[in-house]
Design a protein around this ligand. Structure first.
Ligand SMILES: C[S@@+](CC[C@H](N)C(=O)[O-])C[C@H]1O[C@@H](n2cnc3c(N)ncnc32)[C@H](O)[C@@H]1O
Length: 313
């Protein structure tokens, strides 16, 4: 029986082995504290990697607080990606971070990796980039809940933020002119510090921001003007396509943790093939530190983390 427990919400994953009522009965018998049971009806969907759910039992609510490794994560599972299955992996990464490191977490969701790193390492500063305004909002709240004050959070696409990251301040955002996206930002209620835009549209006035600025202010400045000791890239389906943004930001001998989905067969060979391809395209050398299966997403299909050192000439 495959289901996740997130705080007081149970999430049942397809395919179902029994009928829905049987799941509800068994879950309630085993976990007395459950208030809501959701059925995950779709795979995770782009761009925010959230599936669609249907309520099978209990209160009509999707917000909860999950506790992992003594840390509290508040999340609305219908609005933000969150997986309780990755806690050991987050801890593994956090324990590798050395004193005084500056770490970049791309695709940071509700700030889960950044908070693990802030709490379980002596990192100097952690920077996080997330597209989903709801996740950024919960992420900021999670920093407060966990009393973390060395995480800087940005709203926007990794492709935009990474280019100008050294010029940006905490809670700054860079947004494209996409009405649906702007509506999400408005609905999330997120308060942005400097909001960088490409083009003006009056709908932007409904966003809560401190200062409205144009991206053209940044465009003539040096790009990729900050370097990190370590970059985490937890977007398994696509993270390799973002290496062109990560490589310019990593220090010589810095470490990248790149997540991928691989089928069982020849995982090591696939990881090496990928690094060979990108190291030649992006002109870097690499040393593989680890290739680890860190979970399965379907029978024979694994979430794999490739930890590698980047050597620049
Ligand atoms: C698989 S989730 C991982 C979230 C988080 N790191 C965690 O472990 O809970 C990937 C996240 O990347 C975000 N995302 C997708 N494309 C992005 C992009 N181009 N730039 C920034 N964030 C992006 C999604 O909104 C989602 O929250």
């Amino acid at each position: 029986m495959s289901y996740d427990i997130v705080g007081d919400i149970a999430i049942i994953k397809k395919p179902l082995k029994y009928n829905e009522e049987e799941y509800v009965k068994r879950i309630l018998e085993k976990h007395k504290f459950i208030r809501t049971i959701l059925l995950q009806e779709t795979d995770v969907l782009p761009p925010y990697r959230i599936p669609k759910y249907r309520i099978l039992y209990g209160e009509n609510k999707t917000e909860t607080i999950n506790i992992e490794y003594g840390l509290k994560f508040k999340v609305d599972v219908s609005r933000c990606y969150y997986s309780p299955r990755l806690s050991n992996e987050r801890y593994r990464i956090a324990k590798q971070v050395k004193e005084n490191e500056e770490v970049l977490v791309m695709f940071s969701g509700v700030n889960v990796y950044p908070i693990y790193i802030a709490k379980y390492s002596e990192a100097k500063m952690v920077y996080s980039i997330e597209l989903n305004p709801f996740a950024v909002k919960y992420g900021l709240e999670n920093l407060r809940i966990n009393k973390v004050n060395n995480v800087i959070t940005f709203l926007g696409d990794v492709r935009d933020i990474s280019k100008y990251i050294g010029y940006l301040e905490d809670r700054d955002g860079i947004i494209k002119n996409d009405k649906e996206y702007i509506r999400d930002i408005i609905d999330s209620g997120l308060e942005i510090n400097n909001l960088y835009i490409y083009e003006y549209d009056e709908i932007i006035e409904n966003i809560k921001y401190k200062k409205l600025r144009y991206i053209s202010e940044l465009e003539n400045l040096e790009k990729f003007n900050k370097k990190f000791d370590r970059i985490i890239m937890p977007l398994p389906k696509e993270s390799h396509t973002f290496l062109e943004y990560a490589i310019p930001l990593i220090k010589n001998n810095g470490i990248i943790h790149l997540y991928q989905f691989f089928e069982e067969e020849k995982i090591k060979e696939k990881a090496i093939y990928l690094l060979e391809k990108y190291s030649s395209e992006l002109n870097f050398k690499y040393e593989i530190l680890n290739i680890l299966k860190v979970g399965d997403i379907a029978p024979g299909n694994y979430r794999v983390c490739i930890d590698f050192k980047v050597i620049k000439n």
